[in-house]
Design a binder for this molecule. Structure first.
Ligand code: ATP
Ligand code: MG
Length: 410
């Protein structure tokens, strides 16, 4: 037995050229993520169709629900374009819903094949009649249905009831690549997820201050990177030691400016990494006014270290909303583990409140951090987390093994 999925890609309002790119990327992403199982993926205008072995049904659904660019997923019956076949499928679908306690339904038909003898209205009416005759517990209610039977008449006919939502957005990679400043906090993993959903492929950078920060703090960030990889498809993580940079900042002696200097140094390092990996944007979890270092003036200071756009998807988002998203995407419980952040280490008791842009820029230059920053980037440890590693992170160990081994067993 095989399970058949109808997949609705998102952003169909895109212009034609972009849409072609979108479809190509999305197909690539789905194929890549499913490569631990046997599957067939077909592409038609406005729809993908996936068939998998029945035992892999839940897995395939899980993967699709985490794949940006997917709007909705439905388990469907594929049928010939013959009215009696379609009606039989509608009854089969409806009987499953009835068994779950549903009582009222309506039928929605989309007919792109205009040569089909019944029009949309006629098909819906015929299916409504057939279902109520076959299943006496069900009745048609177009205003307040418990479920909808969807019929699509295209190259074939497809009949399905419930649709599970996908992440929507754009397929990963369709907007190029960005460098995510990934700390162990709540915000940056959410920021990475949000930009991945806008089509950005993500590589992350983490700055640690070992031995002042612990190995656990780094392990936590690595775990976050694996979690985000369920959305991004995989994750390169650059682990950069900023101990020397931080010590040099501390030696500068203007304690109140330490946090800002560190922010600027991080941005500079991110800019260097971005140019090496050909990324076209930098992503942070900053939100306006959340902490002293996240005022507009201070964002200007860190922004001045790069000519790339610094994307801050959380800039206008309330912390409660960010927490809700973090919970939903599965990063929250990791983010709140109590390992210290490198920034806490040298953070001033009285941070700069009214920064003077020119003055702080000059102070940054006087610290002569450039070579220290370059050294740190050169010595960065590069880690790669595959989609299989992400699957393991979500407890799908058997699938993770197949994925990492290069595909399913024969
Ligand atoms: P988060 O919850 O993401 O840590 P935050 O609200 O704690 O954010 P800050 O600690 O001021 O805010 O950090 C602001 C942003 O700077 C973070 O969202 C992240 O993008 C980046 N950042 C902070 N610390 C680090 C770090 N050690 N390594 C990499 N990026 C960092
Ligand atoms: Mg933080």
């Amino acid at each position: 037995m095989r399970t058949f999925f109808l997949i609705k890609p998102g952003e169909i309002e895109l212009k034609l050229g972009n849409r072609r790119e979108f479809v190509h990327r999305l197909k690539e992403q789905i194929q890549k993520r499913l490569h631990g199982i046997h599957f067939d993926l077909e592409e038609y205008p406005g729809r993908f169709f996936l068939s998998v072995e029945e035992k892999d049904t839940d897995f395939a659904l899980f993967v699709l629900q985490h794949c940006p660019g997917v709007n909705g997923i439905a388990q469907a019956i594929k049928s010939e374009k013959r009215t009696e076949r379609i009606l039989k499928a509608a009854i089969e679908i409806a009987s499953k819903e009835a068994a779950r306690g549903a009582r009222r339904f309506k039928v929605e038909t989309r007919r792109s094949d205009k040569s089909f003898p019944l029009d949309s209205y006629g098909m819906s009416a015929a299916a409504g009649d057939a279902v109520t005759q076959a299943l006496s517990s069900l009745s048609v209610d177009v205003h307040n249905p418990d479920f909808i039977i969807a019929i699509e008449i295209r190259e074939r006919a497809y009949i399905y009831a419930s649709t599970s939502p996908g992440p929507r957005g754009l397929p990963v990679g369709s907007q190029g690549k960005g460098v995510l400043l990934l700390s162990g906090g709540i915000d940056s993993p959410v920021a990475g997820y949000m930009m991945a959903r806008r089509g950005l492929a993500i590589e992350s950078v983490y700055f640690h201050t070992y031995p002042f920060t612990s190995e656990e703090a780094q392990k936590k960030v690595e775990q976050l990177a694996r979690r985000i990889a369920i959305w991004t498809g995989s994750m390169h993580a650059w682990i950069v030691s900023f101990t020397e940079v931080q010590l040099k900042i501390k030696k500068g002696g203007r304690e109140e400016a330490n946090t800002l200097m560190l922010r600027m140094a991080m941005m500079k390092a991110a800019d260097v990494i971005a140019s090496r990996i050909k990324a076209r944007a930098i992503v942070t979890g900053e939100s306006l006014g959340q902490v002293a270092s996240q005022t507009a003036e201070n964002l200007r200071l860190s922004q001045s270290m790069t000519s790339l756009p610094v994307l801050r998807p959380l800039i206008g988002i309330d912390k409660e909303e960010t927490i809700a998203t973090a919970r939903r995407i599965g990063t929250y419980t990791i983010s709140i583990l109590p390992y210290e952040d490198c920034c806490v280490l040298f953070s001033p008791k009285h941070p700069v409140l009214k920064p003077d842009f020119e003055d702080l820029r000059a102070y940054f230059s006087s610290l002569e951090l450039e070579s220290e920053i370059l050294k740190a980037v050169d010595k960065a440890e590069e880690k790669f987390f595959s989609f299989g590693d992400a699957l393991r992170e979500y407890g799908l160990d058997a699938y993770a093994e197949f994925w990492n081994a290069g595909g399913p067993r024969a």
